[in-house]
Design a protein around this ligand. Sequence first.
Ligand SMILES: [Zn+2]
Length: 260
Amino acid sequence: MRLPRPHAPFLVVARRLASPFFPESCWITGAGLTAAEQGLSLAVRRKLEYLLNWPYCFKCGLTLGPHSQTAGCPRCASRSLTLRCLLRAGPLHGPLASMVHQLKFRRQWGIAPVLADWMAAACRHRPNVPMDILIPVPLHPVRQWSRGFNQAAELAHGVGDRLNLPIAQVLRRRRATRPQTRTQSAAERRDNLRGAFAAVDGFDLAGRHVWLVDDVCTTGATLHAAAGALRAIPRDRRPASINALVAAVADDTPIPDQHS
Ligand SMILES: [Zn+2]
């Protein structure tokens, strides 16, 4: 199977070339930085390290409580899961939430390779699930045109470079959808995304373990819909497993302050 890397427009190439150059002030606090601090003050890096190391469930991506080692994940026990595995760099809290927001809405390109580093690290610590192909969750062309880039594709390329994995644009967005919000009911979220994705003809994913890549898992509905489009591929070309990798997962489990 040939998995061509999509042609990168000039601006995307320019951003990737520019990505090693970090701002002179912290992305989170705006404080002045030394060259060695690389976009994040040491205090912020310490907070991030704390968040990134917090335990979470490899099946649903949600933060685990202090008794999870013995009790398991209570949320996985009570529902059927679309994905075999959902890995994250960290929870959508504090400085990590701010970084995701600044990449998407303030075009802070230098954040993408930093997040990709952490996502690749999450993959190296994954359970025994193979990784064969990364599939970025697509934006609708109109939204991508207005934003100028797809943050999921930026992250997928960063992770692919670090783990030497191919990227395949297997999915396309068939229609624009309203942004998912956590105030919507589960039924509203499903309705919003019903039929939103389709698999592009011509990809043979048989026997492959594929990983959807996105910046955030807010409700899980987007990944669920994207996985549904992959499951709709004819049986002889359907992947062996469908998994997901995101920079951050939103959930309600409180994480205690670092020094409490
Ligand atoms: Zn779980």
